[in-house]
Design a protein around this ligand. Structure first.
Ligand code: OGA
Ligand code: NI
Length: 359
Protein backbone atom coordinates (compact mmCIF):
# COMPACT_ATOMS: atom_id res chain seq x y z
CA UNK A 1 0.00 0.00 0.00
CA UNK A 2 1.21 3.52 -0.79
CA UNK A 3 2.15 5.63 2.19
CA UNK A 4 -0.36 8.39 2.86
CA UNK A 5 0.91 11.96 2.44
CA UNK A 6 -0.62 13.97 5.24
CA UNK A 7 0.44 17.53 4.53
CA UNK A 8 3.24 19.84 3.51
CA UNK A 9 5.41 22.61 4.86
CA UNK A 10 7.62 25.29 3.29
CA UNK A 11 11.28 24.29 3.36
CA UNK A 12 13.28 26.40 5.80
CA UNK A 13 17.01 26.59 6.64
CA UNK A 14 18.58 24.36 9.28
CA UNK A 15 18.76 26.25 12.58
CA UNK A 16 21.58 23.97 13.70
CA UNK A 17 23.67 25.19 10.76
CA UNK A 18 22.69 28.78 11.44
CA UNK A 19 23.70 28.56 15.09
CA UNK A 20 26.99 26.76 14.46
CA UNK A 21 30.21 28.28 15.68
CA UNK A 22 30.54 31.54 17.52
CA UNK A 23 29.86 33.77 14.51
CA UNK A 24 26.18 34.22 15.18
CA UNK A 25 25.65 37.06 17.64
CA UNK A 26 22.23 38.32 16.71
CA UNK A 27 19.22 36.27 15.83
CA UNK A 28 17.76 36.75 12.32
CA UNK A 29 14.45 38.55 12.31
CA UNK A 30 12.55 35.49 11.12
CA UNK A 31 13.05 33.88 14.54
CA UNK A 32 12.40 36.87 16.79
CA UNK A 33 9.12 36.73 18.67
CA UNK A 34 7.38 39.56 20.38
CA UNK A 35 4.64 37.38 21.84
CA UNK A 36 6.51 35.20 24.32
CA UNK A 37 5.20 35.36 27.87
CA UNK A 38 7.78 34.64 30.44
CA UNK A 39 7.94 31.60 32.65
CA UNK A 40 6.07 32.55 35.79
CA UNK A 41 6.44 29.50 37.98
CA UNK A 42 8.56 26.46 38.09
CA UNK A 43 7.81 22.94 39.21
CA UNK A 44 11.37 22.59 40.39
CA UNK A 45 12.55 21.68 43.88
CA UNK A 46 11.77 25.12 45.24
CA UNK A 47 8.08 24.62 44.68
CA UNK A 48 7.20 21.22 46.02
CA UNK A 49 3.50 21.92 46.30
CA UNK A 50 3.06 21.99 42.60
CA UNK A 51 4.75 19.20 40.67
CA UNK A 52 3.84 17.50 37.46
CA UNK A 53 2.47 14.20 38.86
CA UNK A 54 4.82 11.23 38.90
CA UNK A 55 3.13 7.96 37.97
CA UNK A 56 4.56 4.52 38.57
CA UNK A 57 3.87 2.16 35.66
CA UNK A 58 4.46 -0.91 37.82
CA UNK A 59 1.72 0.31 40.14
CA UNK A 60 -0.65 0.77 37.22
CA UNK A 61 0.09 -2.67 35.82
CA UNK A 62 -0.50 -4.34 39.18
CA UNK A 63 -3.94 -2.71 39.22
CA UNK A 64 -3.14 -0.51 42.22
CA UNK A 65 -6.27 1.63 42.70
CA UNK A 66 -4.37 4.54 44.25
CA UNK A 67 -1.98 4.72 41.31
CA UNK A 68 -4.87 4.50 38.83
CA UNK A 69 -6.59 7.37 40.64
CA UNK A 70 -3.37 9.39 40.46
CA UNK A 71 -3.28 8.71 36.72
CA UNK A 72 -6.90 9.83 36.35
CA UNK A 73 -6.26 13.08 38.21
CA UNK A 74 -3.03 13.71 36.29
CA UNK A 75 -4.86 13.42 32.95
CA UNK A 76 -7.76 15.51 34.19
CA UNK A 77 -5.93 18.31 36.00
CA UNK A 78 -2.51 18.47 34.35
CA UNK A 79 -2.75 16.66 31.01
CA UNK A 80 0.86 15.66 31.76
CA UNK A 81 2.74 13.25 33.99
CA UNK A 82 6.21 11.82 34.38
CA UNK A 83 6.25 8.04 34.09
CA UNK A 84 8.72 6.04 36.16
CA UNK A 85 9.34 2.28 36.13
CA UNK A 86 8.12 2.31 32.54
CA UNK A 87 9.86 -0.94 31.69
CA UNK A 88 11.84 0.32 28.69
CA UNK A 89 15.43 -0.86 29.18
CA UNK A 90 17.92 1.80 30.17
CA UNK A 91 20.50 0.26 27.81
CA UNK A 92 18.14 0.85 24.87
CA UNK A 93 17.43 4.42 25.96
CA UNK A 94 21.15 5.14 26.30
CA UNK A 95 21.91 3.62 22.90
CA UNK A 96 19.17 5.67 21.27
CA UNK A 97 20.41 8.88 22.88
CA UNK A 98 23.87 8.37 21.40
CA UNK A 99 22.51 7.50 17.96
CA UNK A 100 20.22 10.53 17.81
CA UNK A 101 23.02 12.85 18.89
CA UNK A 102 25.24 11.34 16.20
CA UNK A 103 22.51 11.71 13.62
CA UNK A 104 22.20 15.43 14.29
CA UNK A 105 26.01 15.71 14.29
CA UNK A 106 26.19 14.38 10.71
CA UNK A 107 27.24 16.88 8.07
CA UNK A 108 24.46 18.89 6.50
CA UNK A 109 25.18 17.08 3.21
CA UNK A 110 24.46 13.71 4.88
CA UNK A 111 21.32 15.02 6.51
CA UNK A 112 20.08 16.49 3.22
CA UNK A 113 19.37 12.92 2.12
CA UNK A 114 16.53 12.98 4.63
CA UNK A 115 15.41 16.52 3.88
CA UNK A 116 11.67 17.12 3.59
CA UNK A 117 10.33 17.17 0.07
CA UNK A 118 8.18 20.14 -1.01
CA UNK A 119 4.97 18.17 -0.50
CA UNK A 120 5.84 16.41 2.71
CA UNK A 121 5.95 16.92 6.43
CA UNK A 122 8.09 13.87 7.11
CA UNK A 123 11.86 14.02 7.06
CA UNK A 124 14.42 16.46 8.33
CA UNK A 125 13.45 20.12 8.56
CA UNK A 126 10.43 21.85 10.12
CA UNK A 127 6.68 21.35 10.04
CA UNK A 128 3.76 23.79 10.01
CA UNK A 129 5.48 26.49 7.95
CA UNK A 130 2.88 27.81 5.54
CA UNK A 131 4.07 31.29 4.60
CA UNK A 132 7.38 33.00 3.94
CA UNK A 133 6.73 35.71 6.53
CA UNK A 134 5.75 33.34 9.34
CA UNK A 135 7.94 33.42 12.48
CA UNK A 136 10.04 30.29 12.81
CA UNK A 137 10.94 28.01 15.71
CA UNK A 138 14.53 27.78 16.94
CA UNK A 139 14.90 24.09 16.20
CA UNK A 140 15.34 21.41 13.57
CA UNK A 141 13.34 18.24 13.68
CA UNK A 142 13.33 14.85 12.10
CA UNK A 143 9.82 13.52 11.78
CA UNK A 144 8.80 10.11 10.52
CA UNK A 145 6.00 7.56 10.60
CA UNK A 146 7.17 4.35 12.23
CA UNK A 147 3.98 2.30 12.40
CA UNK A 148 2.21 0.72 10.57
CA UNK A 149 5.22 -0.25 8.50
CA UNK A 150 3.46 0.19 5.15
CA UNK A 151 3.01 3.89 6.03
CA UNK A 152 6.78 4.43 6.33
CA UNK A 153 8.34 6.67 3.68
CA UNK A 154 10.73 4.54 1.61
CA UNK A 155 13.49 7.19 1.63
CA UNK A 156 13.50 7.73 5.41
CA UNK A 157 13.58 4.79 7.83
CA UNK A 158 15.06 2.29 5.33
CA UNK A 159 17.94 4.71 4.59
CA UNK A 160 19.04 5.22 8.18
CA UNK A 161 22.25 3.50 9.24
CA UNK A 162 21.73 0.23 11.13
CA UNK A 163 22.82 1.18 14.64
CA UNK A 164 20.45 4.15 14.53
CA UNK A 165 17.61 2.39 12.72
CA UNK A 166 17.88 -0.63 15.05
CA UNK A 167 17.69 1.56 18.14
CA UNK A 168 14.83 3.57 16.67
CA UNK A 169 12.99 0.41 15.67
CA UNK A 170 13.32 -1.08 19.15
CA UNK A 171 12.43 2.17 20.89
CA UNK A 172 9.38 2.73 18.69
CA UNK A 173 8.20 -0.83 19.41
CA UNK A 174 8.69 -0.34 23.14
CA UNK A 175 7.01 3.06 23.31
CA UNK A 176 4.11 1.87 21.16
CA UNK A 177 3.50 -1.09 23.46
CA UNK A 178 3.85 1.17 26.48
CA UNK A 179 1.38 3.65 24.97
CA UNK A 180 -1.16 0.86 24.42
CA UNK A 181 -0.77 -0.21 28.05
CA UNK A 182 -1.31 3.35 29.28
CA UNK A 183 -4.40 3.64 27.07
CA UNK A 184 -5.73 0.40 28.56
CA UNK A 185 -5.36 1.96 32.00
CA UNK A 186 -7.14 5.09 30.76
CA UNK A 187 -10.01 2.93 29.49
CA UNK A 188 -10.33 1.73 33.10
CA UNK A 189 -10.03 5.15 34.70
CA UNK A 190 -12.64 6.55 32.31
CA UNK A 191 -14.87 3.62 33.21
CA UNK A 192 -15.41 2.59 29.60
CA UNK A 193 -13.43 -0.64 29.37
CA UNK A 194 -11.14 -0.93 26.39
CA UNK A 195 -10.14 1.75 23.91
CA UNK A 196 -8.64 -0.91 21.63
CA UNK A 197 -11.39 -0.84 19.04
CA UNK A 198 -11.15 2.93 18.53
CA UNK A 199 -7.42 2.68 17.90
CA UNK A 200 -7.43 -0.42 15.68
CA UNK A 201 -3.85 -1.36 14.86
CA UNK A 202 -2.91 2.24 15.68
CA UNK A 203 -0.53 4.72 14.12
CA UNK A 204 2.77 5.91 15.50
CA UNK A 205 4.94 8.83 14.46
CA UNK A 206 8.23 9.83 16.00
CA UNK A 207 9.79 13.25 16.13
CA UNK A 208 13.31 14.07 17.14
CA UNK A 209 13.77 17.69 18.14
CA UNK A 210 17.11 19.47 18.12
CA UNK A 211 17.17 22.87 19.82
CA UNK A 212 20.53 24.58 19.20
CA UNK A 213 21.87 27.05 21.77
CA UNK A 214 20.85 30.60 20.96
CA UNK A 215 22.81 33.84 21.54
CA UNK A 216 19.55 35.59 22.49
CA UNK A 217 17.42 32.81 23.96
CA UNK A 218 14.70 35.08 25.32
CA UNK A 219 13.80 36.40 21.90
CA UNK A 220 13.02 33.00 20.38
CA UNK A 221 10.89 29.92 20.97
CA UNK A 222 12.23 26.40 20.42
CA UNK A 223 8.81 24.94 19.78
CA UNK A 224 5.72 27.14 19.52
CA UNK A 225 3.04 26.69 22.19
CA UNK A 226 0.78 23.87 21.09
CA UNK A 227 -1.19 20.90 22.26
CA UNK A 228 -0.33 17.58 20.62
CA UNK A 229 -2.88 16.63 17.97
CA UNK A 230 -2.31 12.92 18.59
CA UNK A 231 -3.92 10.71 21.26
CA UNK A 232 -0.92 10.13 23.52
CA UNK A 233 2.67 11.42 23.52
CA UNK A 234 5.61 9.79 25.24
CA UNK A 235 8.57 12.16 25.34
CA UNK A 236 12.15 11.38 26.23
CA UNK A 237 14.43 14.32 27.01
CA UNK A 238 17.83 13.20 25.80
CA UNK A 239 20.14 15.42 27.78
CA UNK A 240 19.72 17.16 31.08
CA UNK A 241 18.77 20.52 29.66
CA UNK A 242 15.56 22.10 30.89
CA UNK A 243 13.26 23.55 28.30
CA UNK A 244 9.83 21.95 28.30
CA UNK A 245 7.17 24.21 29.79
CA UNK A 246 3.49 23.48 30.24
CA UNK A 247 0.52 25.74 30.85
CA UNK A 248 -1.16 25.24 34.23
CA UNK A 249 -3.81 27.62 35.58
CA UNK A 250 -2.76 30.29 33.10
CA UNK A 251 0.95 30.16 33.96
CA UNK A 252 3.95 28.50 32.33
CA UNK A 253 5.61 25.78 34.41
CA UNK A 254 8.98 24.25 33.74
CA UNK A 255 8.94 20.45 33.69
CA UNK A 256 12.09 19.41 35.52
CA UNK A 257 13.35 16.20 33.92
CA UNK A 258 13.16 13.27 36.37
CA UNK A 259 16.08 10.93 35.62
CA UNK A 260 15.03 7.99 33.44
CA UNK A 261 11.37 8.99 33.40
CA UNK A 262 9.29 9.66 30.30
CA UNK A 263 7.09 12.71 30.07
CA UNK A 264 3.65 11.52 28.97
CA UNK A 265 0.88 13.81 27.83
CA UNK A 266 -2.74 13.70 26.76
CA UNK A 267 -3.22 14.74 23.13
CA UNK A 268 -6.23 16.35 21.44
CA UNK A 269 -7.61 12.98 20.31
CA UNK A 270 -7.76 11.73 23.89
CA UNK A 271 -9.54 14.93 24.88
CA UNK A 272 -12.06 14.22 22.09
CA UNK A 273 -12.49 10.51 22.98
CA UNK A 274 -12.92 11.31 26.68
CA UNK A 275 -15.40 14.07 25.74
CA UNK A 276 -13.27 16.65 27.51
CA UNK A 277 -12.59 14.74 30.76
CA UNK A 278 -8.90 14.49 29.96
CA UNK A 279 -7.17 17.65 28.82
CA UNK A 280 -4.59 18.16 26.13
CA UNK A 281 -2.55 20.96 27.62
CA UNK A 282 -0.58 23.73 25.94
CA UNK A 283 3.15 23.28 26.11
CA UNK A 284 6.23 24.76 24.45
CA UNK A 285 9.97 24.27 24.36
CA UNK A 286 12.38 27.07 25.19
CA UNK A 287 16.09 27.25 24.43
CA UNK A 288 19.16 28.49 26.23
CA UNK A 289 22.43 30.20 25.53
CA UNK A 290 24.90 27.54 26.56
CA UNK A 291 24.02 24.14 25.21
CA UNK A 292 21.79 22.35 22.74
CA UNK A 293 18.77 20.40 23.91
CA UNK A 294 17.43 17.21 22.34
CA UNK A 295 14.23 15.25 22.72
CA UNK A 296 12.30 12.48 21.01
CA UNK A 297 8.56 12.13 21.05
CA UNK A 298 6.57 9.00 20.25
CA UNK A 299 3.08 9.95 19.12
CA UNK A 300 0.32 7.37 19.16
CA UNK A 301 -3.08 7.72 17.50
CA UNK A 302 -5.90 5.61 16.06
CA UNK A 303 -5.40 4.04 12.63
CA UNK A 304 -5.86 6.30 9.62
CA UNK A 305 -8.91 4.28 8.53
CA UNK A 306 -10.69 4.71 11.88
CA UNK A 307 -13.15 7.35 12.95
CA UNK A 308 -12.96 9.35 16.17
CA UNK A 309 -15.48 11.21 18.31
CA UNK A 310 -16.53 11.24 21.96
CA UNK A 311 -16.91 7.65 23.27
CA UNK A 312 -20.60 6.80 23.25
CA UNK A 313 -20.31 5.42 26.81
CA UNK A 314 -19.48 8.96 27.96
CA UNK A 315 -22.31 10.76 26.22
CA UNK A 316 -26.04 10.61 26.77
CA UNK A 317 -29.13 12.80 27.08
CA UNK A 318 -27.65 15.00 29.85
CA UNK A 319 -24.08 14.96 28.54
CA UNK A 320 -23.95 15.71 24.85
CA UNK A 321 -20.85 15.04 22.81
CA UNK A 322 -18.62 18.12 22.70
CA UNK A 323 -16.71 17.23 19.54
CA UNK A 324 -17.56 16.26 15.98
CA UNK A 325 -16.96 12.80 14.61
CA UNK A 326 -14.26 12.68 11.94
CA UNK A 327 -12.17 10.07 10.18
CA UNK A 328 -8.50 10.05 11.14
CA UNK A 329 -7.46 10.66 7.52
CA UNK A 330 -9.55 13.88 7.39
CA UNK A 331 -8.38 14.85 10.86
CA UNK A 332 -4.72 14.74 9.78
CA UNK A 333 -5.35 16.47 6.47
CA UNK A 334 -6.94 19.36 8.38
CA UNK A 335 -4.16 19.49 10.94
CA UNK A 336 -1.18 19.49 8.65
CA UNK A 337 -2.53 22.24 6.42
CA UNK A 338 -2.57 24.71 9.33
CA UNK A 339 0.11 26.46 11.29
CA UNK A 340 0.75 25.27 14.83
CA UNK A 341 -1.45 27.55 16.88
CA UNK A 342 -2.18 26.66 20.48
CA UNK A 343 -5.30 24.54 20.77
CA UNK A 344 -7.03 26.06 17.75
CA UNK A 345 -7.37 22.78 15.88
CA UNK A 346 -9.17 21.11 18.78
CA UNK A 347 -11.45 24.15 18.96
CA UNK A 348 -12.27 23.63 15.30
CA UNK A 349 -13.45 20.10 16.22
CA UNK A 350 -15.75 21.46 18.91
CA UNK A 351 -19.50 21.39 18.39
CA UNK A 352 -20.79 24.93 18.77
CA UNK A 353 -24.10 25.62 20.49
CA UNK A 354 -25.43 26.80 17.17
CA UNK A 355 -24.61 23.45 15.47
CA UNK A 356 -27.27 20.82 15.19
CA UNK A 357 -26.68 18.07 17.72
CA UNK A 358 -25.17 15.30 15.66
CA UNK A 359 -23.84 12.92 18.31
C1 OGA B 1 6.61 17.85 20.81
C2 OGA B 1 6.99 18.55 22.05
C3 OGA B 1 8.68 19.16 23.63
C4 OGA B 1 10.15 19.06 23.82
O1 OGA B 1 7.52 17.31 20.15
O2 OGA B 1 5.40 17.82 20.50
O3 OGA B 1 6.14 19.14 22.65
O4 OGA B 1 10.57 19.30 24.94
N1 OGA B 1 8.27 18.52 22.43
O5 OGA B 1 10.86 18.79 22.86
NI1 NI C 1 4.18 18.63 21.92
Amino acid sequence: MEATVLGKSIIVPSVQELAKGSKLVTVPDRYIRDDVDALISSTGDDNNDLQVPIIDMEGLLSGDGVELMKLHLACQDWGFFQLINHGVKLSLVEKLKIEIQEFFNLSIEEKKKFWQGPNEIEGYGQAFVLSEDQKLDWADMFFLTTFPKHERRPHLFPNLHPPFSDALEDFSDETRKLGIKILECLGKTLGIGSLREVFGEGQQMMRMNYYPPCPEPHTVVGLTAHSDAVALTILLQLNDMDGLQIMKDGEWFLVKPVPNAFVVNVGDILEILSNGTYKSVLHRAMVNVSKERLSIGSFYSPSLTNEIGPMTELTGPGTPGKFRRITMADYWKGFFTRTLDGKSYLDAMRIQDSDEASV
